[in-house]
Design a protein around this ligand. Structure first.
Ligand SMILES: Nc1ncnc2c1ncn2[C@@H]1O[C@H](COP(=O)(O)OP(=O)(O)OP(=O)(O)O)[C@@H](O)[C@H]1O
Length: 260
């Protein structure tokens, strides 16, 4: 039996649970980051991971985040997703301040508004693809059916298979189905193809691109692979905790045409 958690109750008005949940028209402001700074205090050493980042993210955008190792990409993504908080500066989600938000508020934000995809799929080996996705849909407010989410990533025929019966790319697509089944406003992907070969990586990126296009989900993808910039609406280059370059693509290249 899959664990079932009680639905989220709507708490006081100072939390995000009463933030709008419908997908706004493409182009509405989703995140507004101002002077976002992150310092990790490790023993006697302070590591400044973000040096006052100013950025806006809009509904429906597909944004690729490029930068060398240690440039601050994951730190930025984790702050956007409410997994971490800035040391100073401000971050608003659809006008709601996430900075200084209580843990309860951040939990609701993560649960209702954000889907995460990481390099490693983190599927539960003893559950089928469908059951892995159902773990999330059972606790989400207005989810799609697990079958629907798996169909979106092209795995309808494999939904009763266990992770060990699926390839790396298929497992990552289950992880994407799990992330988007709750119909999040935001999909955050940290090196989603990092563990995959080129061909498999392309099938995973196609699933990400299709979700973004069909559901209008603001999608932010971290990569070391500069070729992936061509599939984006906007490319952000990070270096040493700062955005050093932004580029808007007039057209998005189909994932199949990317070469690396
Ligand atoms: N928990 C932590 N404690 C201390 N320092 C950290 C921590 N997390 C990250 N850092 C440091 O912050 C800086 C930015 O790290 P971050 O992981 O955001 O970079 P990144 O661009 O995602 O790197 P990679 O591509 O290697 O994943 C690095 O110098 C890193 O060592």
């Amino acid at each position: 039996m899959l664990p079932v958690t009680a639905p989220v109750t709507v708490p006081a008005s100072d939390t995000l649970s009463s933030a709008p949940t419908t997908t706004p028209a493409k182009g509405a402001l989703v995140f507004e980051a101002r002077k976002v700074r992150k310092v990790y205090h490790t023993g006697e050493l302070d590591v400044v991971a973000l040096h006052g980042v100013d950025l806006d993210f809009y509904s429906g955008e597909l944004v690729v985040l490029l930068g060398a190792s240690g440039s601050g990409k994951s730190t930025l993504l984790n702050i956007l997703g409410g997994l971490d908080v800035p040391t100073s500066g401000h971050l608003n989600y659809k006008g709601w301040p996430l900075t200084n938000a209580e843990e309860k508020t951040l939990t609701l934000f993560r649960r209702n508004c954000v889907g995460f995809v990481f390099q490693f799929y983190n599927l539960i080996p003893s559950l089928t693809a469908r059951e892995n996705v159902a773990l999330i849909t059972d606790i989400a407010r207005d989810p799609m059916k697990p079958e629907e989410a798996l169909e979106l990533v092209g795995l309808k025929a494999r939904m009763d298979h266990f992770p060990s019966q699926l390839s790396g790319g298929e497992q990552q697509r289950v992880a994407i189905a799990r992330a988007i089944a709750k119909k999040p406003e935001v999909l955050l992907c940290d090196e989603p193809t990092g563990a995959l070969d080129v061909h498999t990586g392309i099938t995973v990126l196609e699933a990400v691109e299709q979700i973004n296009r069909e559901l209008g989900t603001l999608t932010v993808v971290i990569t070391h692979n500069a070729a992936m910039a061509e599939m984006a609406d906007r490319v952000l280059h990070l270096s040493d905790g700062q955005i050093i370059k932004q580029r808007h693509n007039e057209t998005r290249m189909p994932v199949r045409s990317l070469q690396w």
